[in-house]
Design a protein around this ligand. Structure first.
Ligand SMILES: C[S@@+](CC[C@H](N)C(=O)[O-])C[C@H]1O[C@@H](n2cnc3c(N)ncnc32)[C@H](O)[C@@H]1O
Length: 322
């Protein structure tokens, strides 16, 4: 569960969905195991073929609705995609109706949806709000959640990414590069430029050895992009104006800080086994039958023995309890 201040939490996601990274995110969502899980689960649910509301929470670019729209028996239903990020919802492509807002304050009527889904989103809020979201499920309707799992593959990779990028931020690499470039662009004396070049060389050595030792991961790819961009500028400073350079360093530092915050959020969102069973028990107490729950594994990953997620499928009893 995240305890990040709300507005800041949303800001990291808005920044992410505005950036060029959604391509990478789309690939991640297409993990074969997740695609198969959603497809087979959605096909098995006994849902009306049209006229019902299917609500996806934290839908972003439509992780579940995209799959639902390919299932002929579901495609004539009304798909609502709900997310805090308008930038993410702008990427929807399957005729979903976009609704912007906070899962903690859902603007929907009780029992409005025959199906409520979430993939890696509803767990970003507190358990009480996660449970309150179930009020949207109509009698006889379902919820299907795919959730971040503590010590799951995503949790572990987020930790590696976060530590790697944080160490890079803490290093002197960016500030030394910035000082050297500005020194060259300001035509400072040779002595000053040499002094700054030496400081940069020292920082470069440390960064290169850290990158060489780093495991293959998204964090390393992110840092390699930054490293290459810096190398291009250092090689030909005259090709860049001073304001361009200053802007690039400011925005890159902000991007990296946001990346670390997002990795931390994802880790904070990951649920322990105890939290998952407490959620499942509370759903039962609210009038749901749990049809299926358990860890999700992905054979395409190098670490096949570590689950990537936890999934839970529940159906609301026909008679909602008083
Ligand atoms: C890890 S992404 C998952 C997105 C998508 N479901 C997927 O699988 O790719 C989490 C999403 O939840 C959204 N989100 C996080 N907290 C939220 C909240 N309190 N209310 C609404 N959306 C939220 C973010 O904007 C982001 O798009």
């Amino acid at each position: 569960m995240s305890d990040h201040p709300e507005s800041q939490q949303f800001e990291e996601w808005r920044r992410f969905w505005k950036s060029e990274q959604p391509e990478a995110a789309r690939k991640a969502i297409k993990l074969p195991s997740l695609f198969q899980l959603w497809k087979s689960t959605l096909e098995q649910l006994s849902l009306p073929s049209k006229g019902s509301v299917l609500l996806e929470l934290g839908a972003a670019a439509g992780s579940v609705s995209r799959i639902a729209s390919q299932i002929p028996s579901l495609s004539a239903n009304k798909m609502l995609a709900f997310d805090a990020s308008i930038e993410a919802l702008a990427l929807l492509q399957n005729g979903e109706s976009a609704v912007v807002g906070d899962i903690r304050r859902l603007p929907f009527a009780t029992h409005c949806a025959k199906l409520v889904t979430s993939q890696f989103a509803v767990e970003y809020v507190d358990v009480a709000s996660m449970l309150a979201a179930l009020d949207c499920v109509a009698p006889g309707g379902y919820f299907v959640y795919v959730l971040h799992l503590k010590q799951g593959a995503i949790d572990i990779e987020c930790g590696i990414n976060r530590d790697l990028v944080q160490t890079f931020i803490n290093s002197d690499f960016l500030s030394a590069a910035n000082r050297l470039l500005c020194s060259a662009l300001d035509n400072e004396t040779d002595t000053d430029q040499r002094f700054k070049a030496n400081a940069f060389k020292a920082a470069l050595g440390n960064t290169e050895s850290a990158l060489l030792k780093a495991p293959e991961c998204q964090g390393r790819d992110t840092l390699l992009r930054v490293y290459n961009a810096v190398a291009d500028m250092i090689e030909a400073p005259a090709a860049f104006s001073r304001p361009e350079v200053v802007r690039w360093f400011d925005s890159t530092s902000a991007e990296l800080a946001s990346y670390v915050a997002r990795m931390s959020q994802m880790q904070n969102a990951a649920l322990s086994e105890d939290e998952l069973s407490a959620f499942s028990d509370a759903a039962i107490a609210r009038g749901f039958t749990i049809l299926r729950e358990g860890a999700v594994f992905d054979r395409s990953l190098s670490v096949r023995s570590v689950p990537i997620a936890f999934h839970i499928v529940g159906r609301r009893d026909q008679e909602a309890p008083e």
